[in-house]
Design a protein around this ligand. Structure first.
Ligand code: PNS
Length: 170
């Protein structure tokens, strides 16, 4: 029998991908045979970057990091169904701090109801990136702050171009 290997799925909005996501991605990729990063296409809120742009940025970051067991895809609809189609048995989510916990627990339990065979595994990122979120990256960039230590180098110019600001501007 051929064995496809152990596949996990790391879903998110990634609007944009941050150094926190990259840290988690590296940890997850080291644990499994194949990791599928799944970019949510239809969010309830209007994203700064459309799904294809978010997928492209992630693919660049993954290639730059040399993670050759990671694929980047966009998805619609229920995560559990996408995971099933991809043959993933585990969902990876990051837990930065207590504030993430309630939402993550609710989602993990709901996903378990939808597909009891799929496990959610939580990983914690390095302390040095614990305070980073995509929302704060967007806010800081919009207000002209420096995001150089918050997102991978390839992402900095794309965020600045989208928000029409330089760093440190008035
Ligand atoms: O990065 P985010 O925004 O915290 O990621 C949230 C995401 C994409 C994991 C979640 O919204 C999701 O799985 N959406 C797909 C639709 C779905 O399955 N909803 C039910 C979740 S219990």
């Amino acid at each position: 029998m051929t064995h496809a290997g152990f596949r996990a799925i790391y879903p998110g909005s990634f609007d944009p991908v941050t150094l926190g996501h990259l840290d988690l991605l590296r940890r997850a990729a080291a644990l499994v045979d194949q990791l599928t990063v799944a970019v949510l296409r239809n969010t309830e809120k209007t994203p700064l970057f459309d799904a294809e742009e978010r997928r492209e940025m992630l693919a660049d970051v993954v290639a730059e990091a040399g993670l050759d067991n990671v694929e980047v895809t966009a998805f619609d609809g229920l995560l559990v169904e996408f995971a099933r189609r991809r043959g993933a048995r585990v969902i990876i989510r990051g837990l930065r701090a207590a504030g993430d916990f309630e939402y993550e627990l609710q989602m993990a339990h709901m996903n378990r109801r939808l597909d009891p065979g799929l496990e959610t595994v939580f990983l914690t990122p390095d302390e040095s990136v614990q305070s980073i979120s995509s929302r704060l990256v967007r806010e800081i960039a919009r207000l002209g702050g420096d995001i150089g230590a918050l997102v991978p180098p390839a992402v900095v110019p794309r965020v600045i171009a989208r928000l029409g600001r330089g760093t440190g501007g008035a």
